[in-house]
Design a protein around this ligand. Structure first.
Ligand code: GSH
Length: 214
């Protein structure tokens, strides 16, 4: 039995659920963390000592860290488009996961926690603007990359698009003015046509508004 643990409102959980749907995998989804709690129990701590979601349990295997889960899923269940034999070809999408984890996502998270997850009277808009400018810089990088192909690592969806694509919905839907550069807007429109993206990424996150705890 395959189980994915983590609340739907978690951006890191959403990436895993979206990919699982792209790969047509069957799984049980268990809402955990945030208002559901349950991360500090001995049972969950045995699954993930970090007490964070997402966690994937695949038979007798336990995997945590969202990008590690994404890598595991394509290596185990993806076809050669998702997981090519060539290490170099894999590096073409791998770099976008790492870039997203270390550059795009931290800037986005700083905006999201500084703006959407703060009561308006507690917001420091100078900090939010600074981080938003970093996000806009990241969008320009994505736009230049998309001059080469319809998706970030070629003409079909790869792992490069999952973490980066997951950022765009919240970045543009949290109430701040963000104009997507033209090629990013076209790529985003393509992502929005995918059922897994609609179901998991474009899901309601209003319960997180002004919520300062997880
Ligand atoms: N780097 C980790 C981050 C995991 C993480 O911080 N998860 C958050 C949700 S996005 C969490 O579990 N927060 C506690 C909670 O939701 O109660 C990953 O990518 O999996």
């Amino acid at each position: 039995m395959r189980k994915i643990y983590g609340r739907t409102t978690s951006f890191n959980v959403q990436k895993v659920l979206w990919l699982a749907d792209e790969l047509s995998l069957e799984y049980e989804h268990l809402e955990l963390g945030g208002r559901f709690g349950g991360l500090d129990t001995p049972e969950f701590t045995r699954l993930n000592p970090m007490q964070k979601v997402p966690v994937l349990v695949d038979g007798d295997k336990v995997i945590w860290e969202s990008h590690t889960i994404l890598r595991y899923l394509i290596a185990e269940y993806g076809d050669s488009n998702w997981y090519p034999d060539s290490v170099y070809e894999r590096s073409i999408y791998e770099r976008w996961l790492d870039w997203s984890q270390t550059a795009f996502q931290p800037a986005f998270m700083a905006v999201f926690w500084g703006y959407y997850r703060k009561p308006s009277q507690k917001r420091d808009m100078a900090v939010v603007e600074k981080q938003l400018n970093k996000c806009i810089g990241c969008l320009s990088i994505l736009d230049r990359q998309l001059e080469n192909a319809r998706y970030l690592a070629g003409n079909f969806l790869t792992l490069a698009d999952i973490p980066t694509g997951a950022v765009i919905y919240r970045l543009t839907e949290q109430g701040l003015e963000v104009t997507l550069p033209p090629l990013v807007a076209a790529w985003y429109a393509n992502l929005q046509r995918r059922s897994g993206y609609q179901k998991w990424i474009m899901s309601d996150f209003t319960e997180l508004k002004a919520r300062e705890e997880f």
